[in-house]
Design a binder for this molecule. Structure first.
Ligand code: IP8
Length: 259
């Protein structure tokens, strides 16, 4: 089985609140179907989650009652995004069911403390794909917290023995500089903890790759001697299909775990 994260940057337009990239999502779902692989899909929140979460400091946990309507709105928005993704999966012939983390999980100081492993297994055994996503989750310490799709990926990779893990984003992988501003930025084919630390300390690299840095750390934690974890560009038609089929694709492969 293969674990896929459809990142917020590819399924939404991050510059605009609640802008869904339907065409790209529809194509990615068709590529998953065409591969014939058994997969679990997790997706990010993109502009359906981050805009309001940031505005109301939801990642600080409960600070005051004024945040509560924003918690409800973010939960509403990410569920709507999830429904649109589920529709595209079902339309592509992949029977899928929403599994909202905020309604199934609990967190303790931003760590997922309870997961519906049995529910997930039961769905998968029947050929139903559970679709999880970045959400606001109740937190025993903080009141509530943001649970990212990457955290869910890490929990799932502890429960299941995935043969491969694929992060789908809007860039080709990890670069030594921001590829959107620097056309000469160099793509890392492989990354281990040492490469990652050198990228982090590079003076020209800041916010954009900072986001990728966190993702890479998370990816490294999910690697093992027989499990590959790759970051690919889902805006390029056919790339997800090739990665699912085990072909060589432009990507960054995380290797070697974190010691
Ligand atoms: O997009 C964030 O999840 P991510 C979830 O996977 C919210 O980082 C609600 C902002």
């Amino acid at each position: 089985m293969i674990l896929i994260k459809l990142g917020g940057s590819v399924i939404t337009d991050k510059r605009e609140y609640r802008r869904f990239n339907r065409e790209i999502v529809a194509r990615l779902c068709s590529e998953i179907k065409e591969s014939g692989k058994e997969v679990i899909v997790v997706h990010g929140a993109g502009s359906f989650g981050h805009v309001l979460a940031k505005k109301h400091s939801l990642n600080s946990g409960f600070v005051n009652k004024d945040q509560i309507p924003a918690v409800a709105q973010v939960c509403y928005d990410v569920r709507e995004l999830n429904s649109m993704i589920i529709k595209e999966l079902n339309d592509a012939g992949i029977p899928s069911i929403s599994m909202p983390p905020g309604s199934c999980f609990m967190m303790c100081d931003r760590t997922i403390s309870l997961e519906g492993g049995n529910v997930i297994r039961s769905m998968v055994d029947k050929g139903l794909m559970p679709v999880l996503f970045g959400d606001v989750v109740q937190d025993e310490e903080l009141g509530f917290a943001i649970c990212s799709g990457d955290q869910i990926m890490e929990r799932l990779s502890e429960i299941y023995d995935f043969e491969k893990i694929i992060f789908v984003s809007d860039i080709d992988g990890l670069f030594d500089d921001d590829p959107k501003n620097n056309p000469n930025a160099k793509l890392f084919e492989y990354v281990n903890i040492d490469t990652l630390e050198s990228v982090r300390s590079g003076s020209t690299v800041d916010d954009v790759t900072g986001g990728v840095y966190e993702k890479m750390m998370s990816m490294l934690r999910m690697t093992s001697s027989d499990r590959e974890c790759v970051l690919i560009n889902g805006t390029v038609p056919g790339r997800l299909l090739s990665a699912l089929n085990g072909e060589d694709v432009i990507c960054t492969t995380a290797k070697g775990g974190i010691q």
